[in-house]
Design a protein around this ligand. Structure first.
Ligand SMILES: [Zn+2]
Length: 197
């Protein structure tokens, strides 16, 4: 699609889980990263990159609830802002579950330790398009600042209500307040070339 718009654009496709090492290292070398993944484990890896390697991370997500509310969430992570864990985006239990082997996940489901982990999630195209548009505005803002948004901005779409949910960097955070900052290849990325499917 990108080459359809700009035939001379450089495109390096990786059809792989972002948690595997080849795409993770390729992404680490970028200037700006758009995170549009559906898992907490993938975001747990991506949120390290701004501190370890320096790219800006724009993480976008949508959520539709059974009560009729719908949310678009845009989070910005740079070396100067709190990580996705400090911004309360990551769920440690989900990260642990998503990094288990298929057998371990099946066992967890069997004993009721993974409620909702494999539940179908609705996708609404206009909601996703709104999330992408807000993410692109944030990209323009990184290139030439003009927005007054906080690091995390959530739009509740049914009431068209904006919630700015900025959170401080935790002083003891192992991602954004520790030894990862500027570490580059001196610290191994928690990627895996043998991920279970
Ligand atoms: Zn943090």
């Amino acid at each position: 699609m990108i080459r359809g718009i700009a035939p001379d654009a450089y495109v390096e496709p990786h059809v792989a889980d972002v948690r595997t090492c080849v795409p993770a290292r390729a992404i680490a070398a970028c200037d700006v990263v758009f995170s549009c993944t559906d898992s907490h484990a993938s975001r747990a890896l991506l949120t390290r990159l701004p501190y370890q390697y320096g790219p800006a991370l724009i993480d976008i997500g949508t959520l539709v609830r059974a009560d009729g509310t719908a949310f678009v969430d845009v989070r910005t992570v740079t070396p100067a802002t709190p990580c996705l864990d400090c911004q309360h985006v990551l769920d440690a239990d989900r990260v642990a579950l998503e990094t288990q082997s298929p057998d371990q996940r099946a066992l967890a489901r069997r004993f009721g330790y993974a409620p909702g982990a494999d539940a179908p999630v609705p996708a609404i195209l206009p909601l996703n398009a709104l999330a992408v548009s807000l993410g692109m505005l944030r990209l323009f803002d990184l290139l030439r600042p003009w927005l007054s948004w906080r690091d995390r901005v959530t739009l509740e779409v049914s009431r068209l209500e904006v919630m700015e949910r900025a959170a401080p960097r935790r002083p003891n955070c192992g991602i954004c307040a520790g030894s990862l900052i500027g570490a580059g290849d001196a610290v191994r990325l928690p990627c895996d070339d043998g991920l279970p499917s």
